[in-house]
Design a protein around this ligand. Structure first.
Ligand SMILES: Nc1ncnc2c1ncn2[C@@H]1O[C@H](COP(=O)(O)OP(=O)(O)OP(=O)(O)O)[C@@H](O)[C@H]1O
Length: 314
């Protein structure tokens, strides 16, 4: 496959770069030998089933979790170097706001803790949701707290925004509003966003880059525009109720047989038989097939691949 790197994605210009990254808890491996790159200026969806290792990966990036093996760099700097701290902001499922602080106090605290604080952006986010500045954050609704947490994250003017299902507690209207805001702010400043989400439509609407993990391993990484067209959805007659032998000539992600019909998501390695119907799948169809088939062969666009160089986990 062709190198799909954008001008921003040339080597040395990676927002996040992992080599042989692994994390083992007492219960087993949460992440195992993960190597990938995410170029700067992209909105990257972090996708995977429950327990895939998404939060662990974001925890490693924010130093809340220590790696068992491998390394992770933010803008080329190892994450344990204090120089990376001002360059990223993290917003998780928990919104750690001081309950007794008012919204105004919270924004003031943001200003004092962050030298490059963008007060106008932070206030704009809060005011556009009609969140009262004098209210204590402990008295706000879940959605309002999320908005204040977004304001804190954006006010920091990060180059990299790491989001762990940040909109899970928002109603559809607020979710739509925050997505629009997120896109606008990211485009305006060229912020790289890495966002875990289970909402495939949200990912389809927002993300131009994908990192798919399952069972602690990277399954797909790269440009959405290159990953999706690499797949083909095929349908045809299933002789004897089993998939046709010709499928084995291609990389098969998932096969389903219903009666005398089969349907498969494949990465074609050559011409397809004339008696198969074929179509380009949607992003949702590609993601669902990969999530249902964690053992399917992985796929990286060229810029997304990085060799682990002897950091492989045991
Ligand atoms: N602090 C911890 N101690 C022990 N095991 C953990 C810890 N945190 C995560 N794990 C385990 O590591 C694996 C990956 O968990 P992680 O939370 O990273 O997954 P996830 O993809 O974020 O899942 P979800 O979509 O459900 O939030 C799971 O098996 C989980 O049980």
């Amino acid at each position: 496959m062709a190198d799909t790197s954008t001008p921003n994605g040339t080597p040395g210009n990676w927002a996040l770069e992992a080599r042989g990254l692994s994390k083992r808890y007492f219960g087993g491996w949460a992440l195992r030998d993960c190597s990938f790159r995410i170029p700067t200026g992209r909105i990257c969806g972090l996708v995977g089933p429950n327990g895939a290792g998404k939060s662990t990966l974001l925890g490693l990036a924010t130093r809340q979790v220590q790696p068992t093996a491998g390394e992770l760099r933010i803008f080329g700097v190892p994450v344990d170097d204090p120089a990376v701290m001002p360059r990223f902001a993290f917003l998780g499922q928990e919104k750690p706001l001081f309950k007794r602080f008012t919204v105004a106090d919270t924004l003031r605290m943001g200003a004092e803790l962050n030298p490059g604080w963008d007060a106008a952006a932070a206030e704009r986010i809060v005011r556009s949701g009609h969140v009262p500045l004098h209210a204590k954050t402990g008295d706000l609704s879940g959605g309002q707290r999320t908005r204040v947490a977004f304001a804190l994250a954006f006010g920091k003017r990060p180059d990299l925004l790491l989001l762990d299902e940040p909109m899970a507690d928002l109603d559809p209207l607020a979710r739509d509003e925050m997505s629009t805001l997120l896109m606008a702010e990211a485009v305006e400043r060229g912020t790289t966003v890495v966002m875990s989400s289970h909402l495939l439509t949200e990912l389809e609407d927002m993300c131009d880059y994908l990192l798919v993990v399952a069972e602690g391993r990277v399954r797909m990484a790269g440009d959405t525009d290159a990953l999706v067209p690499a797949h083909t959805l095929v349908r045809g007659v299933a002789p004897d109720g089993s998939p046709p032998a010709g499928l084995d000539l291609h990389t098969v992600i998932e096969t389903r047989v219903q009666g005398r019909q089969f349907q498969a998501l494949i990465r074609p390695k050559g011409p397809l038989p004339d008696d198969w119907e074929s179509a380009e799948p949607s992003l949702e169809e590609v993601l669902l097939a990969h999530l249902r088939s964690p053992d399917a062969p992985s796929l990286y666009t060229q810029g997304a691949r990085v060799e682990a160089e002897g950091t492989q986990a045991a």
